[in-house]
Design a protein around this ligand. Structure first.
Ligand SMILES: Nc1ncnc2c1ncn2[C@@H]1O[C@H](COP(=O)(O)OP(=O)(O)OP(=O)(O)O)[C@@H](O)[C@H]1O
Ligand SMILES: [Mg+2]
Length: 472
């Protein structure tokens, strides 16, 4: 039952049925029309021929009847009639047979008025049509004419010809046409089957492919021969989807691995330190101090990491709703600089801040986080006695903020990746950061409808540029 259902509902069956129905309908109509018009043409031509001919004969018979020359009537009828195929009969005004080309058979007929055309002709009207033979059972084309002289009815003349010969020929033609029709249908079925299969096979393949994708087989690819029709384009899109899913899957795995790694390190540090403290390190005040400091640092790092991860998760999922309000950028940036001031003083790093009056719509706490992350990076990578320069200006409808440092710069092969989660350029300098700062900054700026870019030269420094839409 199930199998049948699938079979009948399949695109292949539906296409094939549609093709066949259309072909059958079209070719049957055509064959029917050809046969009908051929039949009609033949009958009509014969009828006209016979009518003309029997009108002429009627004239000759009328002459003979007028002279009351019955032998001549009989002679005329005999001469033009032919056994079986052409029958000519002359009736008197009462509908009795006067002369016939087939006397042997006609003697058996009693009532001639019942024979099609005779009564009509005796009412002075012409009649014609197809009827069964008077005594035989074959179809015959007949024509009946009144014999009239000087408005006086002298009788009627009825001619009929057998259609047997024609019907035999017509049957041959009919079977030939039907045969051709059958043959055409078979050929068309084969072609339709191929066409339907050509269309349904890729759909079937793509369906299986989509099922495999759904089951988690990312990264597989469909074979595409040519990129021409919609199905090929669909396959192309499926391939792209598969690729994208594979890379997302890869990212997810990498993310999880990074998260667990980054969480494990501070936790195991704390555990080791606590164990050392319990085993007696606490008795030495200098050592215990350092150990407690260590525990505090690691816990702080852990807490920051967890906060960053939560932030990033919310931003990625689009859960974080921005508390947008009208803000001026210069006080916000001044706040960020104040926050890192002591750290910079310690490292003897100075700042130059030059911000025009730029008003934007945004979430001030989130944007502060962006500036803090960028400043944190700048400080981390700046040598002592260097400058960090922050400028802000208007460019068309955009507010542009640039944060430049004179640090070591970013290597060309790191440059395209620094905004990725957990990407840290210099792997040897462990403990500096986990590589989430820029990823968070980028997400926040993008949620604001802006963009963030970097340009950097190794040995000279890096410049991060933020573009945001101005409020007015
Ligand atoms: N101003 C800069 N100068 C040189 N390199 C930089 C600068 N800013 C970022 N980078 C490079 O980009 C990487 C990614 O920066 P990001 O802020 O995302 O991570 P992080 O600073 O290492 O860690 P986190 O910010 O999470 O503490 C850094 O590891 C560093 O290699
Ligand atoms: Mg950072």
């Amino acid at each position: 039952m199930n199998w049948l259902q699938i079979k009948w509902n399949s695109i292949h069956t539906k296409l094939l049925t549609t093709y066949l129905l259309l072909i059958t309908l079209a070719s049957s109509l055509m064959a029917g029309y050809i046969l009908w018009s051929f039949y009609d043409y033949f009958i009509e031509t014969r009828r006209v021929e016979m009518q003309n001919w029997s009108r002429a004969l009627t004239e000759s018979v009328a002459d003979a009847l007028e002279e009351n020359n019955r032998e001549r009537v009989q002679l005329l009828v005999q001469r033009y009639g032919a056994v079986e195929t052409i029958t000519i009969r002359v009736f008197n005004t009462k509908g009795q047979l006067e002369a016939t080309s087939n006397p042997k058979q006609d003697s058996k007929v009693k009532n001639w008025m019942e024979v099609p055309g005779v009564r009509v002709a005796l009412e002075k009207q012409e009649a014609h049509g197809v009827a069964k033979g008077v005594l035989s059972n074959d179809d015959r084309l007949f024509s009946a004419q009144p014999i009239v002289r000087k408005s006086k009815l002298l009788g009627a003349l009825r001619t009929s010809i057998s259609l047997q010969q024609f019907q035999r020929q017509f049957a041959i033609i009919k079977w030939t046409v039907l045969g051709t029709l059958g043959f055409t249908l078979i050929v068309c079925t084969l072609i339709s089957e191929r066409l339907a299969r050509n269309l349904s096979r890729p759909i079937q393949t793509m369906k299986n492919f989509a099922i495999r994708l759904g089951n988690g087989h990312f990264g597989e690819k469909l074979q595409i021969r040519k990129k021409s029709n919609e199905l090929d384009q669909l396959a192309l899109e499926l391939n792209r989807m598969s690729e994208r899913l594979a890379s997302l899957d890869q990212e997810r795995r990498a993310f999880l691995a990074n998260v667990s790694h980054e969480l494990r390190t501070p936790i195991s540090n704390v555990l080791v330190t606590v164990e050392a403290l319990r085993n007696g390190a606490a008795t030495d005040p200098t050592v215990s101090d350092r150990f407690f400091q260590n525990v505090e640092n690691e816990t702080k790092r852990l807490s920051r990491l967890i906060n960053d991860l939560l932030d990033l998760g919310r931003l990625e999922a689009g859960v974080t709703l921005l508390e947008k309000q009208s803000i001026l950028l210069s006080p916000l940036i001044a706040r960020a600089v104040r926050t890192v001031e002591t750290r910079m003083q310690k490292l003897q790093i100075s700042t130059q801040v030059n911000i025009a009056e730029l008003q934007i719509q945004g979430d001030s706490e989130r944007l502060l986080q962006v500036f803090l992350n960028l400043l944190d990076n700048a400080i981390k990578h700046s040598p002592p006695n260097s400058h960090i320069c922050i400028t802000g200006y208007r460019e068309g409808k955009q507010a542009v903020v640039k944060i430049s440092d004179q640090g070591e710069g970013i290597k060309d092969n790191d440059l395209p990746h620094i905004f990725e989660q957990f990407y840290t350029g210099d792997r040897s300098r462990k403990g500096q950061g986990v590589g989430l700062g820029l990823a968070i900054a980028k997400r926040i700026i993008e949620t604001h409808g802006g963009s963030i870019n970097v340009s950097s030269k190794v040995g000279t420094g890096s410049t991060f540029t933020i573009n945001l839409l101005l409020e007015k």
